[in-house]
Design a protein around this ligand. Structure first.
Ligand code: SF4
Ligand code: SF4
Length: 188
């Protein structure tokens, strides 16, 4: 058999009228409300909240130091410690991107460069930040550890042109990343 049948649970009358779940949800909301009003909301200290609840007065205060290590912000391109472009313009990220936010135009590497066997580097690389959904699939699929999601979340373009991040800007944002696997060098 190529599929596994899923048994649907049978709902009782109580489940179907949903009153119990509704009441439980209201109790949670009320608990948060009371804790906020007496200044004891659970996240107040963590988020440096000003007064009621866990509100943060943004943009004067930022979430930056509270972002978890797994936070997924804007994608960026990185250079290796040797300063070379990690991207070999294989276009896998362009292919996998569910939002079709990436556009890569492959280019060639200078034969006199220290890594001529790399052969390719992007002539153009663009990410449309109006399309990106920060899924991280580009980072997952990249065979060269060339594209990484940063912790940047303040993306506020005022027009479409600004939302289009080109290669130079992506490298500037990504900077240099240490400790990556170096596949391409003069000995390989
Ligand atoms: S994070 Fe997801 S949506 Fe954004 S560029 Fe990468 S693959 Fe595309
Ligand atoms: S960023 Fe990675 S997956 Fe995308 S084109 Fe460059 S090498 Fe390929």
């Amino acid at each position: 058999m190529s599929y596994i049948p899923v048994k649907r649970p049978k709902f009782s009358l109580l489940d179907r009228i949903y009153v119990v779940e509704l009441a439980r949800g209201l109790v949670i909301t009320l608990r948060h409300l009371v804790l906020s009003l007496i200044g004891k909301s659970r996240s107040k200290k963590d988020f440096n909240g000003a007064g009621i609840g866990a509100c943060m007065p943004f943009p004067e205060q930022r979430w930056d130091s509270h972002l978890p290590s797994y936070y997924r912000g804007a994608p960026t391109l990185v250079r290796g410690e040797d300063g070379r472009e990690r991207c070999v313009s294989c276009q896998l990220c362009e292919f996998i991107c569910p939002a079709r936010a990436i556009r890569v135009v492959p280019g060639t590497v200078d034969p006199n460069s220290p890594t001529p066997k790399q052969e390719k580097a992007p002539a153009e690389f663009e990410i449309d930040m109006l399309r990106c959904i920060y899924c991280g699939m580009c980072q997952e699929v990249c065979p060269e550890q060339a594209i990484f999601l940063s912790k940047e979340y303040l993306i506020t373009p005022t027009n479409r042109k600004q939302a289009l991040r080109r290669k130079e800007q992506l490298y500037q944002l990504g900077g240099t990343k240490k400790g990556l696997i170096n596949k391409w060098n003069q000995y390989k």
